[in-house]
Design a protein around this ligand. Structure first.
Ligand code: KIV
Length: 264
């Protein structure tokens, strides 16, 4: 199987083929996800919560992200591996460059992801100039949970919606290769997806996005606490892990996930 690259993903968007993404943190899941056809493996800083037992993503260290990216990459042959820049490792363009360089050189990441809108445009431009593929995460920004006052849907007012659209356009112009929208009304996510040439990944952003992502442990139904509305337990119906991943890939590809009940 040939390597999924940013140009593969753009072609898929142009062809209207849905793209699948799941988080992965180790080699066993990396292999299963890839074998079941998941195109993007996200080494998310959600590992702070689902693997380390932290109550947010804020304590996650760059060294943690490098370690888990190495584990995911150890068996990876075809999927594109995207790794989160953790909180406070990209506060300036120079710091972002140094941190991204480590994720790629030491971890083997193919792409980095950062959270932020207009405030991150210069940083995205700086990384793109240095040949670093970037995914810009907009909407609900988990690293800003203390500033946002909780995990809430973003872009509900006309003013917020216009700003998010403008931020997405500015990110693409600065060189972002993917935009990720978290907890955004479906109608706004659809507008942003249509406005951009680069693929848009959604989580809690409705069915019109080019791609979908879920935290792996959420879609396996093993995350403790209240299940967020936008997730679905695929293990329940399939009964085994590989079957659950296969069902997720099929549901994203045929457009049956996310349904209205998973959207805002
Ligand atoms: O860290 C993560 O898993 C993420 C997803 C929620 C998109 O950023």
């Amino acid at each position: 199987m040939s390597r999924i690259t940013t140009s593969t993903l753009r072609k898929m968007k142009q062809a209207g083929e849905k793209i699948t993404c799941l988080t992965a943190y180790d080699s066993s899941f990396s292999q299963i996800l890839e074998e079941e056809g998941v195109e993007i493996l996200l080494v998310g800083d959600s590992l702070g919560m689902v693997m380390q037992g932290q109550d947010s993503t804020l304590p996650v260290k760059l060294a943690d992200m490098i370690y888990h990216t190495q584990m995911v990459r150890s068996v990876n042959k075809s999927a594109l591996v995207m790794t989160d820049l953790p909180f406070m490792t990209y506060a300036t363009p120079m710091q972002a460059l140094a941190s991204s360089g480590r994720l790629m050189k030491e971890g083997g990441a193919h792409m980095v992801k950062l959270e932020g809108g207009a405030n991150m445009v210069e940083t995205v431009g700086h990384l793109a100039e240095q040949g670093i593929p970037v995914c810009a995460h907009l909407g609900l920004l988990p690293q800003s949970v203390n500033k946002l006052g909780g995990y809430k849907v973003q872009g509900r007012t006309e003013k917020e919606a216009q700003k998010m659209l403008a931020d997405a356009v500015a990110m693409e112009a600065a060189g972002a290769d993917i935009i990720l929208l978290e907890c955004v009304p479906s109608i706004l996510a659809a507008e942003i997806t249509a406005a951009l040439d680069v693929p848009v990944i959604g989580i809690g952003a409705g069915p019109q996005c080019d791609a979908q992502v879920l935290v792996l442990y959420d879609m396996l139904g093993i995350t403790s606490g209240k299940r967020p509305r936008f997730t679905k337990d695929f293990l329940e119906a399939s009964g085994d892990i590989r079957g659950a991943v296969r069902a997720y890939v099929q549901a994203v590809k045929n457009g049956s996930f996310p349904a209205d009940e998973h959207s805002f």
